[in-house]
Write a new protein. Sequence first.
Length: 302
Amino acid sequence: MRSREVIVVGGGLIGSLVAFRLRGAGADVLVLDADRPGAAWRAAAGLLTPDGERLRGTPLHAEALEGLRRWPALAAALERSGVPVHLRPGVTRMQPGGGVVGTPGEASLHPPSVVRAARQELEVVAAHVQSLVPSGGGVRVRTDAGDWFAGQVILAAGAWSGVFGVGVRAEQGQALLLRGAPDIGARYGPPARGFSRYALSRPDGLYVGATSRRSWATTPDVHGTRWLRGAARTLVPDTDGAEVAAHLVGLRPVTPDGLPLVGPHPTLPGVLVAAGHGRHGALLAPVTAARVLGMVRQGVNA
């Protein structure tokens, strides 16, 4: 059976950055990624906006601010791979009743590029992990591509982490990517029930998001698409003729109390959990990666 020091289950935004930090610290790391439709990082906006995400006054606000503070150095380290992550400081917000206000202390980036940059430095194997079995002072990782043994496993499988006995479920989000729209920075409109309107210029087009509902569906629906088109017209009136480059659907990993799970697995020795970040994955990822690295170094175990 093949053996590695650390195996990260899940190669999305959280898993890739955790593995990237571990690899940078000298650990022997393997990433196992199932490449499932609906992976949240492919549809994520990449907004780094603690206030825009309405985190002020919540338990996550301090970590959100710390994540924002850490991103410039992390982005520079990732871009040494030759892949730009498009970290862009400053956003703008639509004011109730019209007008725009700048928020220079916040930022945005491009999540798919972050994952690609991290993976340049990692060994990633396409595999569906079927079970995690504590064994012989480590963990046996059973997959459809064979078995591995690891001294430490990091469970970072996004919405699918719940399969392995932690309290994570899926919340579907839909967004539109428009081609041929103006460069606007980032704009927000007033929130609607179950939705939060925003538009963001990215290197792959104008991103308009995002819906939110409990669902495991990985294909867009007519209602969500219609709402997103309306949001685009409200926020950026010049988008009427813009071409839809992509309908994006992602399954956000959420927890009952809205707080990420970062720490020892409740029942599986040798497994650390890094999952359940909801819509805040990009913002909290640097802090989560640093916490996991610290736990691995200290030998924290369940």
